[in-house]
Design a binder for this molecule. Structure first.
Ligand code: DAH
Length: 341
């Protein structure tokens, strides 16, 4: 019996080793381990043995059965896989497409790193904020016509007894008085980049957009500091060929106020079909109004400051080589458009 079992084992293992064919392997399984296979035949004969022989033969029987099925099973599994999918593990894998940051996020990161290099701290303030921070503390009392230009979304929430109604921030200037409150005593060197909302949608406006707001307050801050900071930014963001100019303007929260223009990236200031006069408008800037300093509990006789607030999307679009004729494309989620940046 012992010899018989050994022979069956050797024979079966040799057959299994020699083949990878699924059908042959299946036949081997039926022949040795199947219902009327060799091993079951032997199991029947075990019953007729003397008890001590039966115990010994039973052990060998189990070993043989285990050896055959453990040689057979892994091979059958691999063969099954082969049948289902044509798997070639030596082929190189296909790489999933790798994305990149949205162009506006890239611009935000670039803008903040340019300002952080000269000591500005990046901050964020609420996107839904009180009237006081968005308008009133910025020298725009209720009913002031300057508010109308901002196309504000009002939030249906209880009115705060001191801070007024809650609105979606129309500009990042809401960070000015908030930053003065946070820092307490100058120096203040803030770069606030955040989402803003206005009821406007056309080729140069999206309802949600971003602004970056710079604010510097210290003793002896004057227009040349503003000028120098703007030149530094333009040089680093747009490249050394572009120039800027300050054009007198009016904002409630700065005095004097300016609009900052940059030379067109096509004609570099000479004037062309696209820009007409050679200059493109970037955004607002000015010297912080004394009333705004007072609202932030800073003494305007001791400290002065400058501020600027520009649209991220607009600034990004004016970068050399970036031509977008409809700003809304930035938020259309069309991967063919976004992949270009
Ligand atoms: N908040 C203004 C706007 O959205 C832009 C602006 C102008 C910001 C002048 C400033 C500034 O900080 O000094 O239209």
């Amino acid at each position: 019996m012992r010899q018989k079992l050994q022979n069956i084992k050797n024979e079966a293992l040799a057959m299994i080793m020699q083949t990878s064919d699924r059908e042959e392997l299946e036949n081997i399984r039926i022949q040795y381990l199947g219902k009327s296979g060799y091993l079951n035949e032997i199991a029947k004969q075990l019953k007729d043995l003397e008890l001590s022989d039966r115990i010994e033969a039973g052990k060998i029987f189990n070993d043989v059965k285990f050896a055959i099925s453990s040689a057979l099973e892994p091979k059958l599994k691999i063969e099954n896989c082969k049948l289902k999918i044509d798997l070639d593990p030596t082929l190189p894998g296909t790489h999933p497409p790798v994305g990149h940051l949205h162009p506006v996020t890239q611009a935000i990161e670039e803008i903040s790193s340019i300002f952080e290099k000269i000591g500005f701290s990046r901050v964020r303030y609420p996107e839904a904020d009180w009237d006081w921070y968005v308008f009133e503390s910025l020298n725009m009392p209720p009913g002031h016509p300057a508010r109308d230009t901002l196309e504000t979304f009002f939030i249906d929430a209880p009115v705060h007894p001191k801070l007024g109604q809650m609105v979606l921030t129309t500009h990042t200037s809401n960070g000015q008085v908030r930053e003065m409150e946070r820092v307490g005593k100058p120096p203040v060197r803030m770069i606030n980049i955040a989402k803003c909302y206005r009821r406007q949608s056309d080729i140069s406006h999206t309802v949600m957009f971003h602004q970056f707001e710079g604010l510097v307050i210290d003793s002896g801050i004057s227009i040349p500091h503003l000028r120098g900071t703007i030149d530094y930014f333009i040089h680093h963001f747009f490249g050394p060929d572009r120039k800027s100019r300050l054009r007198p303007f009016h904002f409630q929260f700065t005095e004097p106020s300016f609009e900052v223009d940059i030379t067109c990236d096509i004609c570099l200031g000479k004037g062309c079909r696209l820009c007409k006069e050679g200059w493109l408008e970037l955004g607002g800037a000015g010297m912080v109004h004394p009333n705004v300093l007072k609202a932030g509990k800073i003494d305007p006789d001791e400290f002065t400051g400058f501020a600027f607030g520009w649209g991220v999307e607009r600034t990004f679009m004016m970068k050399s080589g970036v031509k977008i004729d409809d700003l809304r494309l930035l938020y259309g989620n069309d991967i063919r458009f976004l992949n270009q940046f």
